[in-house]
Design a protein around this ligand. Structure first.
Ligand SMILES: N[C@@H](CCC(=O)N[C@@H](CS)C(=O)NCC(=O)O)C(=O)O
Length: 209
């Protein structure tokens, strides 16, 4: 069975959500970030990134949530366009855009609000992150246009990464003013598979308290 290494309320929910959408069974191995288990030599042997999520599937170990989702969807043969098709190129474009342009300014804010050690935080970086996020969000709105999902009428794993990033934006109280983006966020974030993934995470979190 697919082995998932993760911790509740992290980017790891992208993987549990994808597994549910793709009908893939997984075993959830908790890497307790509070206890710094991700810094252990055992976890370093699974992924040198020492971050969650990561998966082990037979002989292959993969970190990076976007890469994991692409691998799983290719393996399941659904929720991703075929390799070498024009739509696959658009899929890659969306994934890279969301992960490098839309998510990063949110992460910048998080790092400078709470994630970095206090002596490394720069208060002005928070405002910069807000400004950069709004710029990227406008581009995202244009790329999305009137589509139901990022690639058109069909839901794909790119929507998991985009939807999860927008849920972070809501959590960080970023303004989302474009109607098409607001409607898209609620369409994607009300999917039953996400509800199920979050319920599973809550169960796990309650066990480790
Ligand atoms: N680009 C990576 C980011 C992974 C990442 O930063 N994970 C966070 C949790 S959401 C983590 O493990 N943080 C622990 C640390 O940075 O020490 C991905 O998308 O998977």
């Amino acid at each position: 069975m697919l082995q998932l290494y993760s911790f509740p309320q992290t980017r790891g929910v992208r993987v549990t959500w994808a597994c549910i959408e793709l009908d893939i069974d997984y075993e959830y191995n908790i890497v307790n970030l509070y206890k710094l288990e991700h810094k252990s030599p055992e976890y370093k042997a699974i992924t040198p990134t020492q971050k969650v999520p990561a998966i082990v599937d037979g002989e292959v170990n993969i970190a990076e949530s976007g890469a994991i989702l692409t691998y799983l969807a290719d393996k399941a043969g659904k929720l991703i366009p075929k390799v070498n098709s024009p739509l696959r190129a658009k899929y890659e474009e969306f994934m890279f855009f969301v992960l490098t342009e839309l998510e990063q300014p949110l992460w910048t804010q998080a790092k400078h609000k709470f994630a970095l050690p206090e002596d490394k935080r720069i208060p002005q970086a928070i405002e910069l992150g807000e400004w950069e996020f709004q710029k990227a969000l406008k581009v995202f709105g244009t790329m999305l246009g009137d589509n139901q999902y990022v690639l058109g009428d069909e839901f794909s794993v790119a929507d998991i990464v985009a939807g999860h990033t927008l849920s972070w934006a809501q959590g960080f109280e970023q303004k989302i003013e474009l109607d098409n983006v607001k409607e898209y966020a609620s369409r994607v974030l009300t999917r039953p598979a996400l509800k199920q993934a979050r319920a599973h995470e809550k169960e796990l979190k309650d066990q480790i308290k």
